[in-house]
Write a protein that binds this ligand. Structure first.
Ligand code: ADP
Length: 382
């Protein structure tokens, strides 16, 4: 079993920077878990504490039920892959991949078997005699993965491993790493600042912000049911439009947008956490794909003026001005006939609103899929 558990794990650096606030998190055996968040939010520190490269200030770290706080990195049965590959330039690819096995005094034949097995899986067999300088960035990153693989670790830790690659290669390597994870059937913990990378790779994603775990969930749940305004805006591209407004209780619940009141759908209001009041201040969010241009003026539509247009080829993003925020983004068909300055009628999918408390910025909606009594780390930690 190679599950990893963090119980109230925190990190305060010597200069008193609080990098990670007490964190409860359980990474399942064979799971692909991604830490994502903006630069400086504590992702790498968390990963480095799991690796044993950074001392834990407080709390307990368990790998496969064993408390490992005081075990050195080499005794933790983990392997880490770094952004900068960290290959030895004077060694061949064969020697680079096998280096850790040599240090651990594996026999020559065992080393050879493991190196060739990893090289085979990674498509490096024809490059084993070469030096790193003659390989491309993607191939070098595969060597770094190979070097981790030959150790047959319980857990792979990957810290922004694709950041040095160009955009096209990054997409190709994502797919390779996902395939590798399936093949090796081992726990992978992956750090990235790129939400698209996180969404496409993770079985679950842990979103961090300012040393806090905001939410840990599947990509689908993060996108559909963000627990905080931060997650709502961080996950998704182009991002969700979020603005300050008020909700009103008439015969139906309504929301004010651009001075107009439009209805909230019954599917949505049935999920409203009890205790919300008439004229309550909220943050409301709506994703670009949940607003459409419409010819019908009804209680789900409003008028707004086109501010800017982005033609993407596959889609068109129309940014409209509303009273409550600088711009609301609408995803439209690329052949939509609109111009800057036009007043257009927009219809919102009334069950797709996201509502957050205006002070703590936490969701006011229950997730339909979230069982009432899930383990603690599945919930917002704050
Ligand atoms: P991320 O990986 O999300 O970019 P880090 O874990 O690297 O974030 O850093 C979290 C916070 O800890 C940041 O404020 C960073 O400046 C600080 N930090 C990181 N390493 C050190 C260190 N060795 N000494 C002091 N502060 C550090």
């Amino acid at each position: 079993m190679a599950d990893v558990q963090l119980k109230q794990v925190s990190k305060v650096y010597a200069n008193e920077t609080v990098a990670v606030k007490p964190l409860d998190l359980s990474i399942k055996d064979k799971e692909f878990l991604v830490f994502v968040g903006p630069s400086g939010c504590g992702k790498s520190t968390t990963l480095r504490m799991i690796a044993g490269l950074e001392a834990i200030s407080d709390g307990g770290l368990y790998i496969g039920q064993e408390l490992v706080n005081h075990l050195s990195p080499k005794d933790r049965d983990i392997a880490m892959v770094f952004q900068n590959y960290a290959l030895y330039p004077h060694m061949s690819i064969y020697e680079n991949i096998g280096f850790s096995l040599k240090m651990k005094k594996f026999s020559k034949s065992d080393r050879d078997r493991r190196i060739r097995e990893a090289a085979g899986i990674l498509g490096l067999t024809d490059f084993l005699e070469r030096k790193p300088s003659s390989l491309s960035g993607g191939q070098r990153q595969r060597v770094a993965l190979g070097r981790a693989m030959v150790r047959h670790p319980k857990v792979f830790l990957l810290d922004e491993p694709l950041s040095n690659l160009d955009a096209k290669l990054r997409v190709a390597m994502r797919a390779e790493i996902i395939k590798l994870h399936r093949k090796l059937k081992t726990t992978f913990v992956y750090v990235t600042h790129d939400q698209t990378e996180a969404m496409t790779m993770g079985d679950r994603i842990a979103v961090m912000n300012d040393g806090n775990l905001e939410q840990i969930d599947t990509p689908f749940n993060l996108y559909e049911y963000p627990l905080t305004r931060f997650v709502a805006e961080f996950i998704g591209s182009p991002k969700m439009s979020v603005f300050k407004t008020r909700i009103h209780r008439r015969s139906d619940w309504q929301i004010k947008i651009n001075g107009q009141y439009i209805n909230l759908g019954s599917g949505l209001t049935s999920r409203l956490i009890t205790g919300q009041s008439d004229d309550q201040r909220v943050y409301a969010g709506i994703r670009p794909e949940d607003i459409q241009l419409s010819h019908i003026r009804d209680n789900q539509s409003f008028l707004a003026e086109v501010q800017t247009i982005e033609q993407m080829g596959s889609d068109m993003y129309i940014h409209v001005a509303i009273d409550e925020c600088d711009a609301l983004t609408v995803r439209a068909s690329p052949d939509t006939k609109v111009s800057v300055g036009d007043s257009i009628c927009l219809r919102v999918d009334s069950n797709k609103w996201h509502l957050f408390d205006h002070q703590k910025e936490k969701t006011l909606l229950r997730s339909p899929f979230r069982p009432a009594a899930k383990s603690r780390e599945e919930h917002l930690v704050s």
